[in-house]
Write a protein that binds this ligand. Structure first.
Ligand code: NAD
Ligand code: DAU
Length: 335
């Protein structure tokens, strides 16, 4: 099998490339990534000399380049490439529409033209909007995105659906909850807390800190996508989540406690605009149809993740320098 992974230099994409090369050593993997601020080839050092692996720097919105790559015998496309950070989508929505909507359409056209066996769109639970105190997102929950990020992801999902309905393109869409684990960019909550706490910087908690996210260890997301590639029923959507809902303040306090840092670092700040209150995934379909089970529990997963960031301070210190500082100033001021 020859697999095209887009966005494979980012957090989940790089974990996925390493996971697939380990689980399917006979597969060829082509990683296409434009290396935005979030793309980092350092994540893939352990596989760069693997003869089954190729990296190509290219933008998924570039029709010619995507056609050229996909015409070279690609069997399956897994599209991770995206602008992924909600706060950045509030500051600059345009690039989100470009990559997440237009980029998806470019890939779909090339997938159709060169008749790939399957196209998998890696999407998010955020397309469903926000939950009240009860209930969970199922695959039938209507799409009600609230941020420019989630609206652009929903736009991509709807195009994927349309290419299946209109052209018969063999597709799956996966919608996963919040991931955590190694190689996550320190703008996202968990690595942001760890890196700022280690530097004794204030931890910005939006609003009342009681928003809820449903956390899944990144490798469990990878194993679910692997199953969807092989056994997902054509045209279907699969929700991915590990039934692990936590308030943000629980996560902050837990990490500070594990690091032996004081609660006085916590700083409640102005809420995120349009901040979704609660996400919770119902993963029943993935369990019953595909037999998926997550193997990491949150208590050990978070300890391992903290340890990973402690062992890789150079990795996150390097990416925190340069343009990331401009974003931090915009988002958090001088805190
Ligand atoms: P990330 O921001 O860490 O990585 C995104 C990658 O895409 C980067 O390597 C970047 O360089 C690349 N990229 C961006 N624009 C591109 C373009 N135009 N052409 C080619 N490459 C481009 O994101 P992530 O957290 O790893 O998320 C990966 C995917 O999973 C996204 O589609 C996201 O919506 C989805 N997702 C993320 C989560 C999560 O918790 N992080 C949960 C569910 C779904
Ligand atoms: O649910 C899946 C989504 O999870 C993915 O589709 C997105 O790509 C991914 O970024 C993530 O989105 P969130 O907005 O949930 O993640 P983030 O880490 O930005 O924030 C998690 C929660 O923490 C959210 O309620 C906002 C809050 N938060 C975040 C930051 C960065 C804070 O309180 N302070 C912060 O500084």
């Amino acid at each position: 099998m020859k697999l095209l992974v887009t966005g494979g230099a980012g957090f989940i994409g790089s974990n996925f490339v390493m996971y697939m090369l380990r689980e399917h050593p006979d597969y060829e993997i082509v990683n296409v990534d434009s290396l935005t601020y979030a793309g980092n080839l350092e994540n893939l050092q352990s596989v760069e000399s693997n003869s089954q692996y190729t990296f190509i720097r290219a933008d998924i919105t570039d029709v010619q380049q995507m056609e050229q790559i996909i015409s070279q015998g690609i069997d399956v496309i897994v599209n991770f490439a995206a602008e992924s950070h909600v706060d950045r989508s509030i500051l600059s929505p345009d690039i989100f529409v470009r990559t997440n909507v237009l980029g998806t359409q470019v890939l779909l056209d090339a997938a159709k033209k060169y008749q790939v066996t399957k196209y998998v769109q890696v999407s998010t639970d955020e397309v469903y909007g926000s939950l009240g105190p009860t209930g969970l997102f199922t695959e039938e929950t209507p799409l009600m995105p609230n941020s420019p990020y989630s609206a652009s992801k929903a736009g991509g999902d709807l195009l994927v659906r349309a290419y299946h309905e209109t052209f018969g393109l063999p597709v799956n869409i996966t919608r996963c909850s919040n991931n955590y684990g190694p190689f996550q960019f320190p703008e996202k909550l968990i690595p942001l807390i760890i890196s700022r706490a280690l530097n004794d910087e204030a931890i910005p908690v939006y609003g009342d800190g009681l928003n809820i996210r449903d956390w899944l260890y990144v490798e469990d997301h990878c194993s679910a996508i692997d199953l969807v590639i092989h056994n997902g029923k054509i045209g279907e959507v699969y929700n991915i989540g590990g039934n692990n809902e936590r308030t943000n303040i629980y996560i902050v306090e837990k990490i500070l406690e594990q690091l032996g840092k004081p609660a006085s670092l916590i700083q409640y700040v102005q809420d995120r605009l349009g901040h979704d209150r609660r996400y919770g995934i119902d993963p029943t379909k993935l369990h019953t149809e595909l037999g998926w089970k997550p193997v990491h529990n949150f208590e050990t997963g978070i300890k391992e993740t903290i340890q990973w960031y402690l062992n890789h301070q150079e990795w996150w210190t390097r990416i925190q320098s340069g343009t990331y500082q401009d974003y931090v100033k915009l988002q958090y001021g001088d805190r």
